[in-house]
Design a protein around this ligand. Structure first.
Ligand SMILES: NC(=O)c1ccc[n+]([C@@H]2O[C@H](COP(=O)([O-])OP(=O)(O)OC[C@H]3O[C@@H](n4cnc5c(N)ncnc54)[C@H](OP(=O)(O)O)[C@@H]3O)[C@@H](O)[C@H]2O)c1
Length: 285
């Protein structure tokens, strides 16, 4: 069976590097991107560098439920299954906005949108195949303690940390359910990587932060390595429900692996998912 991978936010940064690696590994790659002109340029580059013509661009805006559903519908018009989903896209911004669906913008793009995308795609992972989901988390999750009722109200760095903690908790929470469906799910912490996500605010003093951070940054290639490992290595074929850094599982301290918060978070995300499935009965899944 043709192996199909979806990588969100793959027109630049680690997503681009990941899409290239999967194309090199003979996957059919769907680049799920918001900036279509840039994604088309990147797609052409990936095809040329990999020699793989089966790389396609499809539009997704993870801050919009309507766009996520349109993406899934468009994907299913052209493809009948998916084997790898990499929830890579992410933002960090000083602008706290409420999305059209009523969520905080950072939380929407980094964790609620990826959850809805994952749920809509789950029925399309083929039984008996090597199926994997990889969620991008971050070491910053350590600063992301949150309560669900305030989740969409946090700003900037706190909102980013909350979104990455939520993304980790939901990864852990989904692992058992997905195991029964023959899908593994893991989170990746890439490290501190020199990508545009660090420069989205364009503040006059950003160059000072950049100078101070310079010794800590790793390259995009190095940062992408753990996600690519989780997507492609036989070593992790049946491994699920872990956080990885530098291609190794990381022990998550008990105090961070909050079972009560995990359960509440899943209930909250499921309520959102069910509400969209009910409002839009033709919604796949
Ligand atoms: N860089 C780091 O140090 C670091 C550390 C830990 C975790 N991470 C995580 O790693 C992942 C990749 O980040 P990166 O560092 O490679 O950043 P990046 O180069 O800025 O890439 C982020 C990608 O997400 C896309 N994106 C943003 N908003 C979107 C939306 N509403 N819908 C769909 N796509 C959207 C961006 O699209 P456009 O740019 O075209 O708008 C871009 O393709 C993120 O989840 C990030 O949180 C990064």
């Amino acid at each position: 069976m043709n192996r199909i991978a979806i990588v969100t936010g793959s027109d630049r940064g680690m997503g681009k590097e990941t899409a290239l690696a999967l194309a090199n590994n003979h996957f059919t790659v769907i680049m799920a991107c918001i900036d279509i002109p840039n994604a088309n340029i990147t797609c052409a580059e990936i095809k040329k560098r990999s020699g793989n013509e089966n790389v396609f661009v499809k539009k997704i805006d993870l801050s919009s439920i309507a766009s996520i559903k349109q993406f899934v519908q468009s994907f299913l018009q052209d493809f009948d299954h998916v084997n790898i989903l990499i929830n890579n896209a992410g933002i960090v911004t000083m602008k706290h906005e409420i999305t059209e669906d009523g969520f905080g913008n950072i939380v929407a793009v980094n964790t609620i949108g990826p959850y809805l995308l994952t749920k809509l795609l789950i029925p399309h992972f083929p039984a008996g195949e090597d199926n994997r989901i990889i969620n991008m988390s971050s070491w910053i999750y350590k600063f992301g303690k949150f309560s669900i009722d305030k989740m969409n109200k946090y700003h900037y760095v706190k909102a980013y940390a909350v979104s990455k903690y939520a993304q980790l908790l939901i990864t852990l929470e989904l692992a058992d359910e997905l195991k029964e469906k023959g899908i593994t799910i893991n989170a990746a912490n890439p490290g501190t990587v020199r990508t545009t996500i660090m420069y989205t605010n364009n503040r006059f003093y950003d160059f000072i932060i950049d100078m101070l951070m310079a010794p800590l940054y790793i390259s995009i290639e190095e940062g992408a390595r753990t996600g690519i490992y989780l997507a492609t290595s036989d070593e992790v074929k049946n491994k699920t429900g872990n956080l990885y850094h530098k291609c190794r599982p990381v022990v998550i301290p008990k105090r961070d692996n909050n079972k009560i918060l995990r359960t509440k978070l899943l209930r909250y995300y499921e309520t959102i998912y069910k509400s969209i499935a009910e409002i839009h009965p033709r919604c796949p899944g």
